[in-house]
Design a protein around this ligand. Sequence first.
Ligand code: PMP
Length: 406
Amino acid sequence: ETSLDIQAIRKDFPILQRQVNGQPLVYLDNAATSQTPDQVVNTIVDYYHGYNANIHRGVHTLSQEATDAYEIARQKIQKHFNIAHSYEVIFTSGTTHGINLVATGFTSFLKKGDEIVVSAMEHHSNIVPWQMLCERTGAVLKVIPMNQEGELVMDAYHDLLSDKTKLVFCNHVSNALGTVNPIEEIIEAAHKVGAAVLIDGAQAAAHIKADLQALDVDFYTVSAHKMCGPTGVGMLYGKQEWLKKLPPYQGGGEMIAEVTFEKTTYADLPHKFEAGTPNICGGIAFGAALDYMNNIGFDAIAHYEDGLMQYATEQLLSIEGLRIYGTAKNKTSVISFNIEGIHPYDIGTILDKLGIAVRTGHHCAQPIMDFYKIPGTVRASFSFYNTKEEVDVLVAGVKRAKNMLV
Ligand code: PMP
């Protein structure tokens, strides 16, 4: 069925052995954040035990070791996403930071009446910064609608595009529904009208290895904590033409070439966008997380997780009154559901008593919930370290919750 030795993989994640409320933990909140393997934790320990120092400044040995490790991590990210130049990899604190950097930078490029297109299934972090950009510039936000299955209506997208469109934003995978969006088509069509495209890869990156040169995307953002890395670090990819044009996001140390009180000139890429002391250890650990996942292999991961999701979908649908939101043909690793007449929060609370971690609520995607006219959903999201047995525990737990609540 799978080439992966899941039991061996699980040993890399000590947290999976713990008990919650007297029950073995069943961690199914991977879309919010993934767990961290020993290989990544050890990288963090090695850094603080061995070569903790500030980078790009010191002539001393520790500083050079830290700088080298940080730049090697940047190259690992470059290679992983097939990026042409390492200076097109900007270290950020995460997806939210990357999106805000681009949205702020575009302020001087837009004028009243320009149009920005976003999809109906965005995370709030990919809605609010663009609304703020519209307020600053007088640009107008247009929304690609979705259908009941949770797929974007692509005809409507093509109709929205015109020479007024300057930017298009869409997530690669929806964190609330699991839909894999047709980003190739989205990017190609946007480029035909001269618009730039930012793809939010936060939810995709743990499941799909994106080839950013093949996609020809202008910007792509990810967060390390969703792909076995630590919190507080991520990357923004930008095509060098754009990164050269965009103004710096924050001023400070590291990002300058020369400073006088009359005028400051900015450092070359990527440093222009990396003001201040970065999350050095986090960046190095991000590189270790990519190594870990690539060692397992993204094809094997995707194949295994798809099997798990199919199995969970069938089992959950056998429960009467259970509805799954997001039934797109192309989806990955997320099942969002409700049971008729029961509030999702109540199901989540009972599942927690049984040691099962799921997310309940609007998943930072309120417009999707409004679309389905629901307050929220229960979301189970899978990783390669989850098992069929854990799916069985989830399904039994949901049945038990239903019996207690109806
Ligand atoms: N976009 C999507 C699709 C997400 O799933 C998330 C995280 N839930 C974000 C953006 C924001 O990521 P972060 O909080 O790491 O900045």
